[in-house]
Write a protein that binds this ligand. Structure first.
Ligand code: GLA
Ligand code: ZN
Length: 690
């Protein structure tokens, strides 16, 4: 068990500040390395991530390794007490490798076309089951681990880069069939689970499963589970190679919260530390930065929650604009600091960038960097990075501290897949699952109430409140776990289109929300999907348990539900189902379970979740109402010591009431602060309780 407040790597007890660094691209340019190491301390950079795409620099031809340049970088870092995040290079492979062993490349093809192998190009283009690729990766990983596994500068292993994509070569399809055989044992079981009577799709021979036929949702979702498992297996393969020589250095891989091709819960099991790459495109248009801030708050919380009880690492973020958004607005002054502190506030023990020095060529030469083509410390972004460097130094006391969440929001990737794979029930909603979760998250974010984001198979004990918006697919045992949670005093919230299908996409019989009917005490009979410009109303019932009053808008999904034991807290105002329940509450054991039958508008969701939070007495980061655009976060260290972060995402100043008790302002040399303070646009505060 990790000690409370321990750094992720105890040898490096500071917040990491640095990021992707490619000195191998500059080996032929004299003076650049010296110049970089002159600039690092000026920017407060204490960490570099190296080797991420360096395979050809490390192994220019098969079996001949060149480590000299990397030795130099590692030793320079060690001499300065810097932390190196050392990558395995499997994210991009050398031309010689693909030329000699074409099987290392992926095969991808549309469902109806004969298989074709990708040409060597780009990156992330490998077949995960290729024995040759695995062997070559093992060799280079072991060579790196043997050489640097005990190097004093080595802080973390960074496996590959943003694992993603899939391969459908004959060998991968055969591996998938083996996976299916282990899962279902017999074709009868599989045919039943996938409902293959439909369009005469029954399989009579395992070999017939050679396409991911989109008309069978069960097949589609199983394929995605398999892709996650084979990717996790590849991660395990690389982790084992590294651990063989370097057993004590924590391993991470950089994830992408918004990527829907992998179930990250399966990947997180294989690594020691979660890290991810966050690219919020903040700018000054009123309202948009606040919206995005909540979305990235959710993403940080989702990533952090993959490894409960630990901080995470922000592995990449952009100093300045990226080169890949459709519009690349400049970050307004202060926004770089704002998004950096935001990550720390949500539990990150680092602020890392892509990238430290801009290359002169290649696909990322226009991507933001700490060191611009101009090359000096004179740029605006360099100065803003240096500010963050000073901030992170001042924030050392927060290293290892945790986010004390009593609320869990369920975000389940399998459910997302099942909903997207299903034809209907309504295309207008199913692409928006993450947004929907975000709309239920935002009321907590606004109030400074810490939230964990958990999977459908996560334990619920220890939370006061669990919110499962639009949980279309229920994992086996989920309903029973919810029943136990509510029976013993928990508050549970479910919404429309929840409990529709089981793990293989088969609709539940006996009425929705399926196995959750009992604990929720409702039956959702049918669903009205309104046109985008239509709304119904939510009329709060007199004397409802939350004290909600008045009338709200519904949003575009309206389920017609019947109470089966639950009390009605609000009803619809219009249409033939006027007067029928829009919101219900069911007492169940010592707790209660709420069902929201409609996609309420933001005002409703805010009132509803605000009232629930008050009813549960959820502690806020600051016991004060925060002005629009301001967020407060809390991390807890040794002995329950609280660190409070206040971030202003609004483009105007905001006054925040910190209450009478003085706290130390960590970013201002520890000065005591209390009472009302005015935060400038994009301003930040970090406060320590005495
Ligand atoms: C990703 C990758 C990096 C780089 C950045 C650019 O996060 O991991 O290698 O391509 O995007 O934003
Ligand atoms: Zn393959």
């Amino acid at each position: 068990m990790r000690a409370m407040n321990a750094p992720l790597n105890p040898r490096f007890p500071f917040l990491l500040h640095g990021g992707d660094y490619n000195p191998d691209q500059w080996r032929h340019v004299p003076g650049v390395l010296d110049e970089d190491f002159r600039l690092f301390p000026l920017a407060g950079i204490n960490s570099v991530s190296v080797g991420i795409f360096s395979w050809t620099a490390l192994e220019p031809e098969e079996g001949r390794y060149e480590f000299g340049w990397l030795d130099d970088v590692m030793d320079r870092c060690a001499a300065r007490g810097m932390a190196v995040v050392l990558a395995t290079p499997s994210g991009a492979r050398p031309a010689w490798l693909a030329q000699k062993y074409p099987e290392v490349l992926r095969m991808n093809w549309p469902e109806s076309v004969a298989p074709q192998r990708n040409l060597w190009s780009g990156r992330h283009n490998h077949c995960p089951t290729s024995p040759v690729y695995r062997e070559k990766v093992r060799q280079i990983d072991e060579a790196l681990a043997a050489r640097y596994g005990r190097h004093p500068a080595l802080a973390f292993w960074h496996l590959s880069n943003e694992y993603s994509g899939e391969c459908r070569c004959p060998r991968c399809m055969a591996t998938f069939r083996d996976w299916l055989r282990r899962k279902y044992d017999t074709l009868d079981e599989l045919n039943h689970a996938w409902w293959t009577g439909f369009w005469s799709h029954a399989y009579t021979d395992w070999e017939q499963i050679e396409r991911i036929d989109p008309c069978l949702e069960g097949l589609v979702v199983d394929w995605k589970r398999y892709v996650s498992d084979i990717t996790a297996d590849f991660v395990r393969w690389e982790a084992a190679a590294v651990r063989r020589h370097s057993p004590d250095v924590p391993i991470t891989t950089n994830l992408m919260a918004f990527y829907d091709g992998l179930d990250y819960a399966r990947i997180a099991r294989e690594i020691d530390v979660v890290s991810w790459d966050a690219y919020p495109q903040y700018h000054e248009r009123p309202g948009e930065t606040e919206m995005l801030a909540a979305q990235f708050g959710l993403a940080h919380d989702y990533m952090r929650s993959l490894k409960p009880g630990k901080p995470f690492l922000l592995m990449e973020s952009c100093p300045g604009p990226t080169n890949w958004y459709h519009h690349n607005r400049l970050l307004r002054p202060g926004q770089h600091r704002l998004k950096s502190i935001q990550a720390v506030a949500h539990g990150s023990d680092s602020v890392q960038y892509f990238q430290i020095r801009k290359g002169r060529g290649g696909a990322e030469k226009f991507h933001g960097a700490v060191i611009d083509h101009e090359g000096s410390e004179r740029t605006r972004m360099f100065r803003e990075v240096a500010q963050v460097g000073r901030d992170l130094e001042a924030l050392r006391p927060v290293v290892g501290s945790l986010v004390p969440a009593r609320v869990a929001i369920v975000f389940d990737r399998e459910s997302d897949w099942a909903q997207k794979a299903a034809a209907g029930p309504c295309d207008a909603v199913k692409q928006h699952y993450f947004d929907t979760v975000g709309r239920h998250y935002r009321p907590y974010w606004k109030r400074g109430i810490p939230v964990d984001v958990v999977n459908g198979d996560a334990p619920l004990e220890g939370y006061d409140l669990v919110v499962a918006p639009n949980l279309f697919l229920l994992r086996d045992g989920f309903a029973e776990r919810v029943e136990r949670f509510v029976e013993t005093g928990g508050t549970f919230v479910a919404t429309w289109l929840t409990g529709v299908v089981g793990p293989t996409g088969l609709c539940f019989r006996g009425g929705f929300p399926g196995p959750l009917k009992k604990v929720l005490g409702v039956w959702a009979e049918e669903t009205d999907y309104l046109y985008d410009d239509e709304r119904n109303t939510i009329e709060c019932a007199a004397g409802n348990a939350l004290g909600l009053r008045g009338s709200f808008g519904t949003g575009t999904v309206c389920e017609v539900v019947h109470p089966e034991g639950a009390a009605v807290a609000a009803t619809y105002g219009r249409d033939f189902y006027a007067g029928s329940p829009a919101l219900t509450a069911n007492r169940f054991g010592k707790g209660e379970a709420w069902y929201l039958a409609t996609w309420g508008d933001d005002a409703f969701l805010d009132a509803f979740h605000g009232a629930l939070a008050a009813r549960r007495g959820l502690r806020r980061a600051l016991e004060a109402d925060l002005p629009e655009g301001v967020c407060a976060n809390v991390r807890e260290g040794e002995g329950g010591r609280r660190f409070v972060f206040v971030t202003n995402f609004a483009s105007g100043p905001r006054a925040v009431d910190l209450g009478p008790a003085p706290r130390r302002s960590l970013l201002d040399g520890g000065a005591p602060v209390s009472g009302t303070v005015e935060l400038p646009p994009f301003g930040v505060l970090a406060l320590a309780e005495p």
